[in-house]
Design a binder for this molecule. Structure first.
Ligand SMILES: O=C(O)c1ccccc1NCC(=O)[C@H](O)[C@H](O)COP(=O)(O)O
Length: 244
């Protein structure tokens, strides 16, 4: 089975190279000042130049306004925007149209009821990132290293690809891949040795474990069958206006 792997919250050249060298499909940079993973525009531009063409570059924002998004897009030139706040479906659609970039919407999952929000977001986002909800009182809406019950996603049939996220690490990712065959997995704190400090060895171990499990799952899957979420993505729209 094919599996897309995203390493999120990269903020140094060394750890970015570890992710790229170990074959990450997507590398994420966080633009959220309260986060220990936050990168400023100058750092982001340097990391983006290093990553371009080697993996998809994802800019993660939280309820950002258009001016903030425009500055990030100009500096980083991302391949995708990850919206990790409380953006409503209409706002997701507006951002996608305005910036002409694919959008991945993060949604917090704790119970079966949370899956009810998925159709409205599937209609406007290119991808979904299904993450744990932040613990009560958490400062960050994501990157908290907590997992949700993956069984909630078993048999999930979405029109868009999704990434499983929340509390994954090199030790548990293979189990998650074997259990629900997600189209993608995403990790941040599980490959760190301290808040915001990525560990190159854990990044490599995560990619190895995830790829190994995906290979095994592919071998046990009947020919021609694919996990949920493999419907081709719609083309990204051309920019509506030139963002300023
Ligand atoms: O990682 C952050 O600091 C962050 C800050 C604000 C919003 C979202 C954030 N991270 C989102 C991610 O995509 C994480 O990779 C995802 O939540 C999983 O995190 P973890 O449980 O630490 O692997």
């Amino acid at each position: 089975m094919s599996l897309e792997i995203k390493i999120c919250g990269l903020s140094t050249a060394e750890t970015l190279e570890a992710a790229l060298g170990a074959g990450a499909d997507m590398v994420g940079m966080v633009f959220f000042a309260p986060s220990p993973r936050h990168v400023d525009l100058a750092v982001a531009a340097g990391l983006g130049a290093r990553a371009r063409g080697r993996a998809q570059i994802v800019a993660l924002t939280v309820d950002a306004d258009d001016a903030t998004l425009a500055a990030i897009v100009d500096a980083l030139r991302p391949d995708m925007l990850q919206l990790h706040g409380r953006e409503a479906p209409a706002r997701v659609a507006a951002i996608r149209a305005r910036f002409g970039l694919p959008v991945m919407k993060a949604l917090g999952i704790a119970t079966q009821d949370d899956l009810a929000a998925l159709p409205a977001y599937e209609a406007v986002a290119d991808r979904l990132l299904l993450d744990a909800k932040p613990p009560r009182g958490a400062v960050l809406p994501g990157g908290n290293g907590v997992a949700f019950d993956w069984n909630l996603l078993a048999g999930l049939d979405l029109a868009r690809p999704y990434m499983l996220s929340g509390g994954l690490d090199p030790e548990n990712v293979a189990g998650a891949v074997r259990l629900i065959h997600p189209p993608g997995v995403d990790v941040s704190s599980g490959v760190e040795r301290g808040p915001g400090i990525k560990d190159p060895f854990r990044i490599e171990a995560f990619l190895r474990a995830a790829r190994g499990a995906a290979k095994e799952a592919g071998a046990s899957r009947p020919n021609g069958t694919e996990p949920a979420g493999k419907t081709p993505m719609p083309p990204s729209p051309a920019r509506e206006t030139s963002p300023s």
